[in-house]
Design a binder for this molecule. Structure first.
Ligand code: GTP
Ligand code: MG
Length: 200
């Protein structure tokens, strides 16, 4: 899919303030600093349409971007960032959980995990919760440019094994780098295919 236009629409504190749910929507979720905003910039080929930072906790709201005039891409706050006060953290997870559960036009939630780390408890808990709520998701491994190919493959295999202890089949899996644009075509083609079959 070509990105012909990408326009920031608005930021919101909760799902029910978001734009009218009348177009297919895809959101990026995961721990703070995992690379959600960077991945969005990479997909859209716009350097800072989504604000990124080396400091975790940069994205604090639900940010809507209108793509090609007919679908939404959403940048969400991160979860599980220890330096944010507890009350703020639970806000984050309420924002994220309510959005994931109640946003009517959400077609697929992309759950980002850092390819450098072993499966993390809060990611696995979040994924388990998505299963319970039957929210469709895919997993996106980020920052693969920081790893040698063999280590990356080993980590991803390890992740799949852990997922298969809870799931009969694996979700969609995307292997990405916002530095090298690895995975860009895969994700955009996947979205394009879904856009062709969903109706709102
Ligand atoms: P919050 O908004 O705080 O939840 O973080 P985020 O998940 O949106 O992360 P963000 O995109 O702001 O990236 C965090 C840091 O990781 C930044 O310093 C990015 O430059 C870096 N980063 C993100 N993706 C990649 C990647 O694919 N490769 C490399 N090398 N660095 C990355
Ligand atoms: Mg962000």
């Amino acid at each position: 899919m070509n990105i012909v236009s990408a326009e920031f629409i608005q930021s919101n504190v909760s799902y029910d303030k978001c734009p009218e749910p009348n177009m297919p929507e895809y959101a990026f979720v995961g721990r703070s600093n995992v690379g959600k905003s960077s991945l969005i910039n990479m997909l859209l080929e716009r350097k800072q349409i989504a604000k990124t930072s080396q400091t975790p906790g940069k994205t604090q709201l639900i940010n809507h971007f209108l793509i090609n005039g007919n679908w939404y891409l959403v940048d969400l706050p991160g979860y599980g960032f220890a330096k944010i006060s507890k009350s703020k953290r639970s806000d984050f997870s309420k924002i994220i959980k309510d959005y994931s559960e109640y946003r009517k036009n959400l077609v697929c939630l992309f759950v980002l995990v850092d390819s450098r780390h072993k499966p993390q408890k809060n990611d696995l808990l979040f994924i388990e919760w998505l299963g319970e709520k039957q929210i469709p998701f895919s997993i996106v491994f980020t920052k693969t440019d920081k790893l040698a190919k063999l280590t990356r493959e080993k980590n991803i295999e390890e992740y799949k094994k852990v997922l298969l202890t809870d799931w009969e089949t694996l979700p969609g899996i995307f292997i990405t780098s916002s530095e090298t644009s690895l995975g860009r075509e895969d994700i955009l083609n996947y979205i394009e295919k879904l856009n062709a079959v969903v109706k709102f």
